[in-house]
Design a binder for this molecule. Structure first.
Ligand SMILES: [Zn+2]
Ligand SMILES: [Zn+2]
Length: 382
């Protein structure tokens, strides 16, 4: 089969690979119909994620058609059109029993903290991902769901990570009616978090980024106020000014560890005197939220970070909430929202790129070229 293959930082190829096969009675093999590249895939692409091995296939956002099932799979059959959550999870351990699918105890022998994820390095379990013609899906009875007939492929792909993660970010903010909500980052997760904040009763939603084309989408898609942090000497001071000098009730960090590479590192080195490797967006969140407020972290962080302003978080009495989104748990409510017209998830899709050109998707996305917000990977019809 054809598959995206990692050959080292900034090196993405499309190569022939053996088609995955059923290795366990609970496995399903999915023929991928459509996938997406995620902002968090760029951490892998940049070589920032520990134990990202040459030869592996990325891709944790994909939908497809069931090609084959193991002998104990009961809920799926060949031919079913399914969406697959980015979490690999068993459905029956202590954590899964509590709906903490991102924290499953049975799917990642390589780490005690991170759960299992498709195509996200051996730090996340070493599962090959869905930027390929076929992918093996373990625990096939508990993760995938047959896509309702009325739901488009592109909207279903958005349900495998970006939309549920954004929605979860707003949920973890514990937004109360009338709250001022700041969202750091106008990528797909930030846009969905901003849009979701309204559904939860926010009185104001303010999205912060430095890419004007993305801020434009924050205004049109998420109906948010926007702040370009590059236009302010100190974006935290600006955010305080616009929130009665108290700070926002809720700040959602939809940026994550790497922020936007050089530009943010440069800005913060010059302006905020933070050391390299410190989580800039998270510190902005801690500074920009009011005392007693909530910081919800949806940006992806690896295990090691330094210089979090933890003392400030303590003295301000903040609530810090974060996790990998348990995607499957979000689907029933999100399907209701989509059916009711509260979301048209593929409104944020800007690029549709064939698998053979997946390297171009990574390049455009990494360099933020061509006004890219969300690239889909489409399979050539067989
Ligand atoms: Zn993702
Ligand atoms: Zn589990």
């Amino acid at each position: 089969m054809r598959a995206m293959v990692y050959r080292g930082p900034y090196k993405i190829r499309v190569e022939e690979k053996p088609k995955p096969r059923v290795e366990h009675p609970n496995d399903a093999i999915i023929r991928v119909v459509m996938g997406a590249v995620c902002g968090s895939d760029l951490h892998l692409y940049h070589g920032m994620m520990p134990d990202t091995r040459v030869g592996t296939t990325f891709g944790h956002e994909f939908i497809g058609v069931v090609d084959e099932v193991g002998p104990s799979v009961q809920n799926l059959k060949p031919g079913d059109r399914v969406m697959v959550p980015f979490n690999v999870f068993c459905g029956s351990c202590y954590f899964c029993a509590r709906g903490l699918y991102g924290n499953c105890h049975n799917v990642n022998a390589n780490a005690t903290a991170a759960g299992g994820m498709y195509g996200y390095s051996h730090t996340a379990g070493g599962y090959d991902g869905g930027q390929a013609e076929y992918v093996r899906v373990p625990f096939a009875d508990v993760g995938p769901m047959v896509i309702p007939d009325w739901l488009d492929d592109e909207d279903a792909v958005m349900l495998t990570d970006a939309l549920p993660t954004g929605y979860f970010g707003a949920q973890l903010g514990s937004i109360a009616e009338g709250d001022a909500v700041v969202v750091l980052g106008a990528g797909p997760v930030g846009l969905f978090a901003a849009r979701s904040a309204w559904l939860m009763g926010a009185g104001r939603v303010i999205v912060v980024d430095h890419l004007d084309y993305r801020l434009e989408m924050a205004r049109t898609f998420a109906h948010a106020e926007t702040v370009n942090f590059a236009e302010h000497d100190d974006v935290v001071v600006h955010l305080k000014r616009t929130t009665d000098h108290l700070g926002a009730d809720v700040v959602i960090d939809a940026v994550g560890a790497e922020a936007d590479g050089n530009f943010l590192q440069h800005v913060t080195a010059a302006k905020l005197k933070l050391q390299g490797g410190s989580p800039i967006a998270l510190n902005w969140a801690i500074d920009a939220v009011r005392k007693g407020g909530t910081v919800s972290v949806m940006g992806a962080y690896g295990p090691m970070f330094s210089a979090v302003k933890f003392g400030d978080a303590f003295n301000k009495g903040l609530t810090l909430r974060m996790n990998q989104c348990p995607v499957r748990r979000q689907w029933p409510r999100l399907l209701e929202h989509i059916q009711a017209g509260h979301f048209k998830p593929n409104d944020i899709v800007t690029h549709r790129i064939p698998l053979e050109h997946v390297g171009e998707a990574y390049h455009l996305f990494s360099a933020k070229l061509d006004n890219i917000v969300k690239p889909l990977i489409v399979m050539d019809p067989a």
